[in-house]
Design a protein around this ligand. Sequence first.
Ligand code: TXA
Ligand code: MG
Length: 324
Amino acid sequence: MIIDPTAPEAIAQVVARLKAGELVAIPTETVYGLAADATNPQAVEKIFLLKQRPFDHPLIVHIADLNELLDWARDVPEVAYQLAQAFWPGPLTLILPKAKSVCDRVTAGQDTVGIRMPAHPLALTILRALGRGLAAPSANPFMAVSPTTAAHVMQLFNSDLWVVDGGPTEVGLESTIIDCSGAAPVILRAGMITPEDIKRKTNLTIGFVEQASVKHAGQHRVHYAPNTPLRLFSPLDLDQALANHSAKQSLGLLIYRPRKQAYAFKKSICLSMDARHYAQKFYAALHELDACGCAEIWVEVPPQGEAWQAIHTRLIKAAAKFSE
Ligand code: TXA
Ligand code: MG
């Protein structure tokens, strides 16, 4: 059920539902989240059941104020405060040693917890009214494409789940995750906050993690995948394939700059040469191409460069499902 947040009492009802241990999908600036009261293990468990997510995948706790950080984390290093001050509220998650009271359902039994302060005004309003943290993964079934509109959430779950409509999300990709629980901070999941942004705003040099582990953020080889097989093409390979392939009318196409051959496809979507604009529309484009009934989705690999890294990692994971 889509909830219009401007309707009288809508926010109060959403908060009452969360307090009662029910799930509500809420908008954040990155993607829609499937939220539960993070202090209620039974409520948190419902997230895993609805998403069909393995219980060993920890959740991110969302907070509305820096003062709440120590409710969830302990031994917070100075770098974490620097990062939080520079980027919160915003698309950045910090992994920190967990406070004693944080339940195992949230952290999947690990000694660390992921925390972020979302920038969406509705998320912040709900968090403040609730007065507790919200555990919220992206509001999609495990391994599916994340939702960037309330309608996507409805399509993905097809249930009586409440979905607070906050319009299309602004960032469009999940938050950058930085592990601050080890000797030196390291990026576990690329997002639209890049190492360059971090350097510019905090003077900290933080790189990407090298060692992949299933429990670590976004390290599953397959993820973010549509149901329709998705294939990646370098711009040159795409030109060749377009010249030779005769069955374009059965295919979907996702490109970042206009091409005249695109009209021959069943559906073609041209995003942008600008990484931020591309990211904003990326998941919506995948949802739309997936729903158009095409036999395959062909994707032109966007340019190299830090700004595109988060998009590249999602594309590689989306394609991995079909290259096993
Ligand atoms: O932008 C976002 O981060 C969105 C919105 C809703 O806030 N949330 C999101 O959550 O992307 P989710 O659950 O789809 O992805 C969170 C990732 C998972 O890969 C999880 O394994 C990892 O973060 N994670 C959470 N807690 C962790 C921890 N303590 N240590 C390592 N990884 C953690
Ligand atoms: Mg997710």
